[in-house]
Design a protein around this ligand. Sequence first.
Ligand code: FAD
Ligand code: UDP
Length: 366
Amino acid sequence: MFDYLIVGAGFAGSVLAERLATQANKRVLLVDKRTHIGGNAYDNYNEDGILVHKYGPHWFHTNDKGVFDYLSQFTEWRFHYHRVKSYVDGNLLPIPINMDTVNELYGLKLSSPEDVQTFFDTVKVQIDNPKNSEEMVISQVGKDLYDKFFKNYTLKQWEIHPKDLAASVTARIPTRTNRDNRYFTDKYQCMPKYGYTAMFNKMLMSPNISILLNTDYNDIIKEVSYKKMIYTGPIDSFFDYKFGKLPYRTLRFEHETFNQENYQGLQQVNYPNDFDFTRIIEWKHATGQKSNLTTITREYSLLADDHSDKYYPIPREENHALFNKYKAEADKIESVLFCGRLADYKYYNMDQVIARSLSLFKKETV
Ligand code: FAD
Ligand code: UDP
């Protein structure tokens, strides 16, 4: 008899399993249909001995000290500022757009944040309340920078015009007037020193946790007895798609290893306007691994079908409305708690999922 059946061994399921097992002495059965723990944050060494993230790049960043302290129980860190460049008009330019981006792109010599702000003020479109992803960008940096850095990247990533995507999508990327070329400004920016999977292994060590991999929970649900379920998979699938399918984006990865130490000089280059892929990741720059070889991954985005891994909920009004129908059903079921990027249908970062799971644990155990 288990106290909890937890579906999904990603961050949501694993944080809840760890807390319930070690802090509330509950017996937990953690089930995942994949062959490993870690969900989309899973990493492993490829055949060339390079540590790669199987489901796309996971750069940890947070301002939440509680989340950082929580994870620090299970890993040491490699502190590292995440940096990204964008390939525009034949040049590799800093993204988020900053002083150097504008100077290099337009051959200017702006030298103070005030100068850069004045530049943005002359090109931006006056919109007080940006209602979609296009308005969000053009209200800050104007049409040309939007066309060069955002429009086509967004079309490739979502196959939806930025006008039809929630403003929150491009709002993830700030605009800077200084020379700060970090992708994020969060206080804590780091990578688990020995990788995410090693960290998950430590989180799930309690003898109160039993793990069943390679198993869809639907296939065992009648055979296990438990008091409560925590579900972190796609919410529409839980309800057998009775209101219709929620759309998700999936990804296709193309990995290549080169017999050289370095390929592109930094961990991520975005390709808004060239090629069919959105970005190229070179893993070693983020993990700090030393090797004479280097592996890169090209990432292609496509609409998920019934057989694909679901990576991104698609933030737009009509999807939110459909999600709310499922949410209303979910709220009626007291014996099942829903949590995570797929169950909440929210474009959460890892730290947001961890914070959400820690607060759900608190609510559950008061
Ligand atoms: P998941 O990790 O998706 O875990 C859900 C698990 O449920 C899966 O393992 C799945 O197999 C399992 N499952 C589903 N249905 C069933 C079933 N029927 N039976 C059994 N098991 C089931 N966040 C950041 O902070 N920084 C980043 O740089 C970053 N980069 C990202 C890049 C990509 C390409 C993606 C897709 C996400 C990225 N994220 C990033 C977000 C991050 O992946 C998520 O916030 C976090 O991993 C979500 O955890 P989760 O547990 O909610 O979901
Ligand atoms: N984006 C863009 N150009 C870029 C980077 C981001 O247009 O060079 C937009 C795009 O719509 C993307 C969103 O901003 O989906 C969020 O970017 P982020 O890097 O946070 O995406 P993720 O890492 O979650 O895929």
